[in-house]
Design a protein around this ligand. Sequence first.
Ligand code: ADE
Ligand code: ZN
Ligand code: ZN
Length: 287
Amino acid sequence: WGSIGHQLTGYIADHLANKHTIQVSTALLNGWNMSRTTTWADDVKYNKSLPYGWSGPLHYIDIEDNPPHECGLNLTRDCPDGNCIVGAIANYTNRLDCSGKQYLPVNDRSDALKFLIHFIGDITQPLHACNRQIGGNTAFAIFDGANTTQYGKVQLHAIWDTYIIEKRLKNDFNDSFTAYGDFLVHQILKGAYAHHVPLWNSCLRKKSNHSKHDNHRALRCAIMWAKDSDKLDCSVVWPAYDADPKADLGLDYYKNAIPVVDMQLAKAGARMAALLDKELKKCHKYH
Ligand code: ADE
Ligand code: ZN
Ligand code: ZN
């Protein structure tokens, strides 16, 4: 996602996480909330004077979706070295851990949280779980030509990261970030998403009550979340583009994408809060 999308996922988590989680995360984030911090991983990735260039591949997983392949994740094929968003979510969840006697130094756990809240967002962007045309980065399309032809063709990836969200914010929320964020929080707590949430977060529940710790929970969840996004590539992201790559994707494409983008942002926020409520439970705000 672009910066508004990420900030929305963090805004949702800031409103859904429990009080203890907020205290611990705020301490780890030097007083910043999650919404403000979600874009850190993009800032450091692009900043050549900072030593985080290696983190680029952690923002996506190149699920082999090129025709004639069906959508479908194969971890050995699509993330052989663990150097992808699925591996990163598992790794940074483990690095955040403070349930044992030993835990990592605060700077490492701070970085872990900053990466984690970003990647829990990116994994719900369908094109971050897709290898076709480098996640749609080399696929150019006209988006809503009536209003944006001055930009000419834009990357399909950017349409999903940024343009749909910006248009939605402007058209339906009067450009108010908090109005859009509050709407999504309400959908989760009392609206149309309320009955979906248990399913979105089902992998976070304990598998068996015999094992005290579930070290593989985050990996299991990240795999589920990547598959969930990838399905949308085959159902909504690519079909209209494939039908006519030269065409204006137009208002119909935007209208079909709105409920999908809303729901993907809501999923990210709800999962962020639920995962951190579990992972930070044993943590003290002073370590
Ligand atoms: N680079 C390679 N694959 C990518 C993807 N799915 N999203 C963003 N950047 C990528
Ligand atoms: Zn992106
Ligand atoms: Zn990213």
